[in-house]
Write a protein that binds this ligand. Structure first.
Ligand code: ATP
Ligand code: MG
Length: 558
């Protein structure tokens, strides 16, 4: 039994009943991606559902590649999918499985149906076949090949397998009902000819089973109890069951459908994501703007935040639209609790601490996280030359303390983790731009209140100009500026946000150069950043903006 006290979703209710009635003893689910692209947020919710159910009910979940279509499938996708599932925190039962592991069995079962007079080789071309199927208003008509003798179809199928026919010239069809109101039952295709090498089986086969002829049988072979798929397969369920009822399968799985996860401001379709990659709109499948699992990972999303999002989306029987703000909330919450704090100055203004000698380095220590001493401390070198953010200084002495809690000429501010300072003087270039602020520190104010009469306006961040490091910050924003990319235009690419990516140079505290790839930080007052998984190094630090501190999106343009 699941341990949580939450209201049960409809699939959990079904499982509870199956267990109570003894129909099922051990829950077995599967996640069955086709290796024709990288996994996206929608898949992530399906992964969390299937693996999550197995975990909650102490059952099993298989990872099975639905690799029945060699044209679009590739090993790189197989590898990426395995990595993504593990990274999300799930472990499949036993080895990775492949539909192609069962091709011999499927072939035997095709023969079984032919021998039973329930399958036939159709030599009609695609056009004739489509015409013969009819449509929602027109019943189909039987193929002229349908009622030929079993021996003929066995021989023809053997020729198909042996490569004697060209692609598209014939196919194996199930003999069900050309008049069925359910189009899926109008003699669906079981096998088609594809003279293409397969990433798992090489050149062994030139005929490949259709999704429908494969999926239920894969579930049956593996002992899947609850085969959960998305709603568009609801109309396929009678066919799924027809095959199981007409084949000598070792087990009867059941199919259940739930609504696919759609998310606003993004796309969850491998076909569309592939276009973004192929057309160079993004740099790669794992570009940090992509809603792929690997893109989210590179952006700094954590597995926990994605699992939390899946939980928030829930499991529904009818289509809806999830708000991307839920995912952003989940990651902000996670990083607020767990990311180490650090300082980075994005718009540097030099600050000279005039009462500190030139070569002196005073090493301050600051907690990595204000509420989490277990995350340790970091060293902050305090030197004569520092950088502060331009936006944190003004010469305007009329601004009230409430309005401007930063550094004002002639006034005090605390530098995070070190002294209170007083701004005394500015240096300007010929155009009148401020190039330096000269200040003095107030002795005895590290971790201590300043003496009577000195009231710092606030706390600002800073980096040592001599010990700090330069880093590249990759500033990302949403990839689409439209809530429903593609709506009302010919092509969803028209809704790509042209400002979704910018590069900035910043000064960062020296400890950040040693950050491990994929380590996340809150750059104080700037946002959450992650050390890029692929490009960050101590020599050339690279950080990706995961998400801002506050949700500014909702207020944009207002
Ligand atoms: P796409 O439309 O992006 O190509 P797909 O359904 O063709 O997706 P598969 O690799 O066949 O991709 O999907 C693997 C599993 O993930 C299936 O069980 C499918 O139902 C599920 N899945 C795919 N997209 C979503 C989604 N948006 N929400 C929930 N589950 C999904
Ligand atoms: Mg699919």
């Amino acid at each position: 039994m699941s341990t949580s006290e939450k209201p049960r979703n409809f699939i959990e209710q079904i499982i509870d009943k199956d267990l109570a009635e003894g129909r099922v003893t051990t829950v077995c689910t599967r996640f069955p991606p086709e290796p024709n692209g990288f996994l996206h947020l929608g898949h992530a919710t399906s992964i969390c559902l299937n693996f999550g159910l197995a975990r909650a009910y102490q059952g099993r979940c298989h990872l099975r590649f639905d690799d029945t279509n060699p044209e679009k499938e590739e090993q790189v996708y197989v590898d990426a999918i395995k990595e993504d599932v593990s990274w999300l925190g799930f472990q499949w039962e036993g080895d990775v499985r492949y539909a192609s592991d069962y091709f011999d069995t499927f072939y035997e079962w095709a023969l079984h149906l032919i021998k039973a007079g329930k399958a036939y080789v159709d030599h009609q071309d695609a056009q004739a076949m489509a015409k013969g199927r009819g449509d929602f208003n027109t019943p189909g008509v039987n193929s002229p090949y349908r009622d030929r003798p079993v021996a003929y179809h066995l021989a023809e199928f053997e020729k198909m397998r042996a490569g004697e026919y060209d692609e598209g010239s014939c196919s194996l069809r199930a003999k069900i009902d050309m008049q069925s109101p359910n189009m899926n039952l109008r003699d669906p295709i079981m096998y088609r000819i594809r003279k293409q090498a397969h990433h798992q089986t090489g050149d062994k086969w030139c005929i490949y089973p259709s999704y429908d002829f494969a999926h239920g049988q894969e579930d049956a072979i593996e002992g899947i109890t609850h085969s959960i798929c998305t709603l568009e397969f609801q109309d396929h369920r009678p066919l799924y069951e027809w095959y199981l009822n007409n084949l000598p399968v070792p087990h009867q799985p059941r199919q259940y459908e739930f609504a696919r996860t759609n998310v606003n401001y993004t796309v969850t379709s491998k076909r569309k994501l592939k276009r973004l990659v192929d057309e160079g709109v993004v740099a790669s499948w794992d570009d940090p703007r992509m809603p792929t699992v690997s893109g989210l990972r590179r952006r700094g999303y954590t597995p926990a935040s994605i699992r939390r999002f899946a939980e928030m989306v829930g499991v529904s029987r009818s289509d809806g639209m999830a708000d991307i703000a839920m995912l952003e909330h989940a990651i902000r919450d996670d990083l607020n609790n767990n990311a180490a704090r650090a300082m980075a100055v994005l718009n540097p203004l030099k600050l000279v601490v005039t009462n500190l000698p030139e070569n002196e380095v005073r090493t301050m220590t600051a907690p990595a996280h204000p509420q989490k001493p277990e995350l340790g401390e970091r060293e902050l070198p305090f030197t004569r030359e520092l950088y502060i953010d331009r936006g944190d200084f003004t010469e305007d002495t009329t601004l009230s303390r409430k309005k401007f809690k930063r550094l004002v000429i002639g006034d005090y501010v605390r530098l995070r983790g070190t002294y209170v300072i007083k701004a005394e003087q500015v240096v300007k270039d010929d155009q009148g731009n401020i190039t330096q602020v000269h200040a003095s520190y107030v002795p005895g104010t590290v971790g201590e209140n300043p003496p009577e009469g000195i009231r710092p306006r606030g706390v600002i961040h800073w980096v040592s100009a001599t010990c700090g490091k330069q880093a590249t910050l990759r500033m990302y924003d949403r990839l689409f500026h439209h809530e429903t990319p593609g709506k009302g235009v010919d092509d969803f690419i028209a809704h790509v946000n042209p400002d979704s990516f910018a590069v900035k140079q910043a000064w960062v505290e020296p400890s950040l150069a040693r950050a491990a790839p994929e380590a996340s930080f809150q750059f104080e007052r700037e946002g959450y950043f992650v050390a890029d998984r692929r490009d960050h190094s101590p020599e050339q630090p690279v950080f990706n903006l995961t998400i801002g501190l506050k949700d500014t999106w909702a207020n944009r343009g207002k």
